[in-house]
Design a protein around this ligand. Structure first.
Ligand code: GTP
Ligand code: MG
Length: 419
């Protein structure tokens, strides 16, 4: 790990020095304003940025190649290896090691849990018998899975179909039970009653459960609307800001500014600066609460300020308390917790719970183009009590985003029962 301090008259200049010397994979560890000017003749404050580069994470050691039987290649430059991939591989190996150490009682190895080897086939009849058993097992399995379970059997055809569709959309079982019970109480004649009427009732219930916050509207009160995006890593916070900022600037002709507190990686700073330059939107990069307050003050005459934050794991207590402090300095009008619909449901529950300290008041859901199961949208609203703001449906800036609407989203979760 190479750690170095860079001094310059502005943070931007210091970052250029970091990039020139350590390259784009450098990580910013700290930045601070230095008392007094760097060059007294210029009379301005100066800044110090501490950056680090973990060179070992990017270089593939020749020994490792040899150990894996891979032909040794000529050494490549540090940039030749994608940083995220290398970090992920190291992290997975580390997790694997921890898991083995934690889960296994001492003295046991994974081999103890390996299934016993099948007995040698000493008798020709044995293999015939085995095939018969396999055939019977297959027939029984398909018979059992084609039968509705005991509880489902008590439901009529319509309710069974609704339950199946909601399960396929990955609506939580508890919510499905609630919907089925409510429809059942209203429809005593469920077997003879119209199935499509019952589906409509289910659609209405899903629609009511998906609350939405509506389109962000500039205050028109002589002060900027402050919109902050927070959330786990890589969910689409910066991309969503780029889409919304472009939309409000180009279509609504509003004055937009950006503030990025996502300063952990040089690449993240470049991502937002590049977008801001292309879209001709002013941007400030801030490193602490004091700088955040100054940037917000600078842009207070704009219509909207979008505030980007660094992706944080909900499991890192220190990062979560940094975020909480930063949010307290922002006093945002809207705090969107950005979540990808492709995240496991159990993780979504944990994220929404742990991010509560950062006081989000709506959820922006991304990557709807990467699934066909939309039940998590309903689960998120019901479980957090928060409305959905926008939904993101692809990588294209500015097109792939829309304000969430209950009716359209409910139709993605449950159809009309015609199929
Ligand atoms: N398929 C798909 N990809 C998306 C969507 N939104 C964002 N992405 C992609 O997701 C990746 C991460 O997006 P970013 O906007 O950098 O995510 P972030 O939350 O800002 O990431 P960090 O700042 O690193 O935490 C990029 O490749 C985006 O193009 C979406 O709705 N659908
Ligand atoms: Mg980002």
């Amino acid at each position: 790990m190479k750690i170095k301090k860079f001094k310059a008259q502005t943070v931007k200049e210091a970052l250029l020095l970091v990039k020139a010397e350590l390259g784009p994979n450098a990580v910013i560890l700290n930045s601070r304003r230095l008392k007094g000017p760097l060059l007294p003749a210029f009379g301005k404050d100066s800044y110090e940025v501490t950056a680090a580069l973990d060179e070992s994470a990017y270089a593939m050691p020749e020994q490792a190649c040899a150990d894996e039987g891979v032909a040794t290649r000529p050494a490549k430059s540090v940039q030749a290896y994608a940083p995220r991939k290398v970090e992920t591989a190291v992290a997975i190996a580390e997790l694997d090691r921890e898991k083995k150490e934690k889960v296994l009682p001492s003295g046991l190895s994974f081999e103890h849990f390996a299934p016993p080897a099948p007995p040698a086939n000493t008798d020709g009849n044995f293999s015939v018998l085995r095939q018969d058993i396999d055939t019977m097992r297959g027939a029984l399995t398909s018979l059992v899975t084609s039968l509705p379970d005991a509880a489902d059997q008590r439901l009529g055809k319509g309710l069974r179909a609704i339950k199946k569709e909601l399960e396929e959309s990955e609506v939580h079982a508890a919510h499905i039970d609630e919907i089925i019970t409510a429809i059942r109480q209203r429809s005593s004649d469920e077997d003879t009653g119209s199935i499509s009427r019952m589906f409509r009732e289910a659609q209405v219930m899903i629609e009511k459960g998906i609350t939405v916050s509506g389109y962000s509207a500039a205050q028109k009160k002589g002060r900027a609307l402050k919109i902050a995006m927070i959330g786990p890593t890589g969910v689409g916070k910066t991309t969503s800001i780029a889409k919304l900022a472009s939309h409000f600037k180009l279509k609504e002709k509003l004055n937009i500014a950006l503030v990025a507190a996502d300063n952990y990686r040089i690449a993240a700073i470049e991502q937002i600066q590049t977008f801001a330059a292309i879209a001709s939107i002013p941007v400030e990069i801030v490193f602490n609460e004091e700088e955040m307050e100054r940037a917000l003050k600078k842009f207070s005459g704009f219509d909207m300020i979008f505030i980007d934050t660094a992706g944080r794991s909900q499991r890192n207590a220190e990062h979560m308390s940094d975020l909480k402090r930063m949010m307290a300095a922002i006093h945002a009008d809207e705090v969107h917790l950005v979540l990808s619909i492709t995240t496991k449901q159990s993780d979504l529950r944990e994220i929404t719970r742990r991010y509560a300290d950062a006081s989000y008041d709506r959820i922006l859901c991304t990557k709807l183009d990467e699934t066909e199961r939309f039940g998590p949208l309903y689960n998120l609203c019901r479980d957090t009590g928060m409305p959905l703001s926008y939904i993101s449906t692809g990588q294209n800036v500015p097109d792939d985003i829309a304000a969430a609407t209950s009716h359209a989203l409910a139709r993605l979760i449950i159809g009309g029962g015609d199929a």
